[in-house]
Design a protein. Structure first.
Length: 99
C-alpha cells in the first residue's frame, strides 16, 4: 500500500482506476493499492446464504426507491437514505422471521 504525500491531484481521492488501482482514505490519509483479486475466494454455505438474502434486500430497497409513492411514504430517521433504511428493515424482518 502506497501512501500519497504532497500530491495535490491525488490527495483526498478515493475510488478505482479501471481494475488496476484503488485509492482509499484511511484516517484522513490517502493510500493507493492494487485492485483486489477475489477470484480464488471460496465462500462457505452460510456466506452464500447471506449473500442471497442481501441480494433480495437490495432488490426490495431498489423497488421502494424507484416507486415515488412508496419512497415518499417510507419513514427514515436522520440522514439515512430511504435505500439504506429499506435494507435495514428487510434484514431486521428476516432475522425476526428466522427466530
Amino acid at each position: 500500500m502506497a501512501k500519497v504525500r504532497s500530491n495535490i491531484i491525488l490527495q483526498n481521492l478515493s475510488g478505482t482506476v479501471g481494475k488496476k488501482l484503488v485509492f482509499k482514505i484511511i484516517n484522513g490519509e490517502t493510500f493507493a493499492t492494487k485492485y483486489p483479486d477475489r477470484s480464488k475466494v471460496k465462500y462457505n454455505k452460510e456466506q452464500l446464504q447471506y449473500r442471497e438474502i442481501f441480494a433480495k434486500a437490495s432488490k426490495y430497497a431498489s423497488e421502494i426507491v424507484n416507486d415515488p409513492v412508496k419512497k415518499k411514504a417510507y419513514k427514515v430517521k436522520g440522514r439515512t437514505s430511504v435505500y439504506h433504511a429499506a435494507i435495514k428493515n428487510y434484514m431486521a424482518a428476516y432475522k425476526k422471521q428466522k427466530k
